[in-house]
Design a binder for this molecule. Sequence first.
Ligand SMILES: [Zn+2]
Length: 216
Amino acid sequence: MFINIHTHNPRHAGEWSIRNIYRNFDHAATGSPLSMGLHPWNIDPGTWKAGLDQLKKYSTAPNVLAIGEAGLDKLCKTDWALQVDAFAAQLSWVHETRKPLIIHCVRAYDDILKMLKAYNIKTACIFHGFNRNVSIAKQIIGHGHYLSFGSALQLNHVRESLRAVPLNRIFLETDDAETPIAVVYQLAAETLGMSVDDVISQIRQNTTSVFGINIA
Ligand SMILES: [Zn+2]
């Protein structure tokens, strides 16, 4: 079974996935594994606080395995101060619920690492869709966080990052890409010089340790 910790799509055959939703949190009562958060792209000054209330109401359900994706994005149109406010509010909620956090980060690694420290976040923080170089990878791991890799593993510098981090700190995902999760596992296996089965069993262990669940 391929574990896909971050997708925006319904589950495919042969895959166990955590589906991400960023609005209509009341639709979450399906019982299937989810993550939910206010994405920096969609933060609206007039409605985000109501969205936060909904998030708090529905994210305590046991099938909501993580908060997020939430974070900061220096390339998106949303006002920076507003992004910071919404991320800060969600960090307080993570602190309270003690759920893992899935992070969206674009060119804001230092800002996010500082905020995670300031809000004393002790639960697992997963920087998803990681596509940066070894030095940023090591910086994040050095703070005790996790990286999730997807189709960017086609790029050499991202492969180097995967090779540079401990195996117990990695996850794999499709995000909203068309690339099937099996292809992402194949890329990871080739990069690491491991069999796909060994990658599957490593990610299964990581999933158990971070999300507290056993996937057969
Ligand atoms: Zn995503």
